[in-house]
Design a protein around this ligand. Structure first.
Ligand SMILES: NC(=O)c1ccc[n+]([C@@H]2O[C@H](COP(=O)([O-])OP(=O)(O)OC[C@H]3O[C@@H](n4cnc5c(N)ncnc54)[C@H](O)[C@@H]3O)[C@@H](O)[C@H]2O)c1
Length: 261
């Protein structure tokens, strides 16, 4: 164990898939007890360790329900990692409709605000806590194929900074992890990013798409996309006492997808 999280309670949203599922597993490996919240909790049943799955919709009362589940579990909330998110694609401004944008913000931005509102009183009463939000490279790299997704992630970066300023004096740290392209169901599922890129690359084979994207199209420094475990590692580090002086930060975990000059 690296982060010494025995006796700690963590909430993970979006825990049913991809980065959230990897984060839940990593917390469990470190001995933490986890409330794993998602719209779809079927994958959580297979995990080993002290984990309570809670089926939630963060657009409604999910934040309150998962908070209650954590308090029922241990009476405390030490860390929360917000991974739940949607990443819809658009075909430019004309197809980026108000109702769709509102849904993206409802999950990606308000979803995190609601979670923070629900857990902070309990962290404040302990004088300690960590909140990590999974943002994205796209928070600083606008792209018309993802108009509202990019806007929502920029909002997450801003929100988490404000959170760190308001709650820092009360012992709560608030940080972002901004992944670059990461191999999760967002990529793999039918109609996901691999299919989208295959079309963009003139009908390229699905198994060549990711390589082409990373090496030839985007020219990422590490020449590949990430794995969910690589994002989870940083999220769990930030949730631990090993990151005790880190707040208001944004960790880029992107294999060099944004060149820094
Ligand atoms: N995969 C990538 O390339 C990538 C890159 C940058 C950032 N991200 C971000 O990482 C986070 C996790 O993405 P992922 O790739 O693991 O995707 P994923 O689709 O595998 O997981 C997202 C999870 O969020 C859940 N969710 C969606 N709406 C919800 C709601 N209203 N209430 C509760 N749960 C809800 C889904 O059910 C799903 O299990 C997202 O915020 C995403 O924007 C992903």
């Amino acid at each position: 164990m690296t982060y010494k999280l025995e006796g700690r309670t963590a909430i993970v949203t979006g825990a049913g898939s991809g980065i959230g599922l990897a984060t839940t597993k990593r917390f469990l490996e470190e001995g933490a007890q986890v409330v794993a919240a998602d719209l779809d909790i079927s994958a959580i049943a297979e995990l080993d360790g002290t984990v309570t799955a809670v089926e939630v919709d963060l657009r409604t009362d999910g934040a309150e329900r998962m908070t209650e589940a954590a308090l029922d579990m241990s009476g405390q909330i030490d860390a929360m990692v917000c991974c739940a998110g949607v990443a819809p694609t658009r075909e430019g401004l004309a197809s980026t409709l108000d109702e769709d944008v509102k849904n993206t913000f409802d999950v990606n931005v308000l979803g995190i605000m609601r979670c923070a509102r629900a857990v902070t009183p309990h962290m404040v009463s302990k004088g300690k806590g960590s909140i990590v939000a999974i943002a994205s490279d796209f928070g600083r790299m606008p792209e018309p194929l993802f108009y509202d997704y990019c806007m929502s992630k920029a909002a997450v970066l801003s929100f988490m900074k404000s959170l760190s300023i308001e709650f820092g004096p009360q012992g709560i740290r608030a940080n972002c992890v901004s992944p670059g392209a990461t191999r999760t169901p967002i990529w793999e599922k039918p109609g996901g990013f691999i299919d989208l890129l295959a079309k963009l690359y003139g009908g390229m084979d699905r198994d060549k798409v990711v390589d082409h994207f990373a090496k030839e199209h985007k020219k990422f420094a590490l020449q590949r996309i990430g794995e969910p475990e690589e994002i989870a590692e940083v999220a769990v580090f930030l949730s631990s006492d090993r990151a005790s002086f880190v707040t208001g930060s944004d960790y880029w975990v992107n294999g060099g997808s944004i060149p820094v000059y």
